[in-house]
Design a protein around this ligand. Structure first.
Ligand SMILES: [Fe+2]
Length: 301
C-alpha cells in the first residue's frame, strides 16, 4: 500500500457498528470513495441487496458457512473445458435475465455469451448452400433448414457468415461422442443476396448439463431435471452488425417449458414443422442490429 493511500485510510471514519441495522450504512460509507462511478453504483446496490437478503431469510451461521463453501467449490469445479460459474448463473436464471436486459425486442435477436453455450467450435467446415452437415452416419429424423437474415427494417442481409451447430438425435455434440466424425452437425454458411442460407441435417435432441458439481447438488435438492430442450445453435457474423448468437428451440420437445438453464424465450421457439414422412423443416428469420461485429472466444478448441 502506498503512503498516500495508507494515510487516506487512517483518516477516514466510516462509523461504529452498533447492531445489525447499522452495518449496511457503515459498509456503504466505506465504499463510497470509489473513483469509478459505475463500480460505486454496482457495489452499493450489491451490498444493499445482499444485506437485505440476509435479513429477509435471517441467514444462520451454518448456512453462511455452507454458502461460502459452495462458492469455493464452484471455483474449484471450473477449468479449461468447464465453467461451473456460468452454469450456476444459468441455473438461477441470471444469464437469461442479463441477456434479455441487453438484447431483444425485434424477434429472435437475443445475443449473449451465455447463449453461445459451451460447445461452439470455431472453424466449422464451410458448406455450400443447401448442403448437409451430417458428416458421419447419424440416425434420426431429417431436418431441412431455411434461414433468413435481415436488418431491423426487414431488408435482406447478404454475406452474413453463419455458423450452425447442434447435438445429435441421441443428445451428444460431436466433440463428446467418439462415434461422430470430426465437425459432424457443424457447418459454416454465407447468406446470398436474398439474405438466405439453407442446410440439411437431422433433428437435434435435448441433453443434460453436467451435474457432478455444486449446480448438480442444487438441482437434485430442488427436484429439477438437468435437461435442456432440443435446439439449434446459430451465430451470424457480419461487419457493421452486432454478432447474433442465438438458439432455436424445437417446439414439440417435452421439456420446452422446463429448460434447466432457462434459455427458452418465446421468440426463440422455432417454427419446426413435422411432415408425413417423419422429417422436419424449419423456416426462421434472424434480425441483426447495427453494431460491432465480434467473434466470441471459443469455449473449446
Ligand atoms: Fe446446445
Amino acid at each position: 500500500m502506498d503512503a498516500a493511500l495508507s494515510q487516506e485510510k487512517e483518516l477516514s471514519a466510516y462509523g461504529l457498528i452498533d447492531g445489525p441495522d447499522s452495518v449496511t450504512e457503515v459498509v456503504l460509507r466505506a465504499m463510497s470513495g470509489a473513483q469509478d462511478a459505475r463500480l460505486r453504483q454496482v457495489m452499493e446496490a450489491f451490498v444493499r441487496h445482499l444485506h437485505a437478503f440476509a435479513r429477509e431469510v435471517r441467514l444462520t451461521e451454518d448456512e453462511f458457512e455452507r454458502a461460502v463453501d459452495v462458492l469455493n467449490r464452484i471455483g474449484r469445479a471450473t477449468h479449461g473445458a468447464h465453467n461451473e460459474g456460468i452454469l450456476f448463473a444459468d441455473a438461477v436464471g441470471l444469464s437469461t435475465l442479463v441477456c434479455l436486459l441487453n438484447n431483444g425486442g425485434a424477434g429472435p435477436t437475443e445475443t449473449a455469451a451465455a447463449l453461445l453455450g459451451p460447445f461452439w467450435r470455431d472453424n466449422a467446415p464451410p458448406t455450400q448452400d443447401g448442403g448437409s452437415i451430417v458428416r458421419s452416419p447419424t440416425d434420426g429424423p431429417a431436418l431441412a433448414v431455411t434461414g433468413r437474415f435481415t436488418d431491423p427494417q426487414g431488408a435482406p442481409l447478404a454475406a452474413v457468415e453463419v455458423d450452425v451447430w447442434h447435438s445429435s438425435p441421441s443428445g451428444f455434440y460431436e466433440n463428446q461422442d467418439a462415434t461422430q466424425a470430426e465437425m459432424n452437425l457443424r457447418g459454416r454458411f454465407t447468406t446470398g443476396a436474398d439474405g438466405v442460407f439453407r442446410f440439411r441435417s437431422v433433428l437435434p435432441a435435448g441433453y443434460p448439463v453436467p451435474t457432478d458439481g455444486p449446480v448438480g447438488e442444487l438441482l437434485r435438492a430442488q427436484r429439477r431435471h438437468p435437461f435442456r430442450p432440443a435446439h439449434l445453435h446459430v451465430m451470424g457474423f457480419k461487419p457493421g452488425y452486432k454478432t447474433l448468437i442465438t438458439q432455436v428451440f424445437v417446439a414439440d420437445d417435452p421439456r420446452l417449458e422446463s429448460d434447466v438453464v432457462f434459455g427458452v424465450t418465446r421468440e426463440l421457439v422455432g417454427n419446426y414443422v413435422r411432415h408425413s414422412d417423419g422429417g422436419y423443416t424449419l423456416d426462421q428469420t434472424f434480425v441483426m442490429q447495427p453494431g460491432e461485429a465480434k467473434r466470441p472466444t471459443p469455449p473449446i478448441s
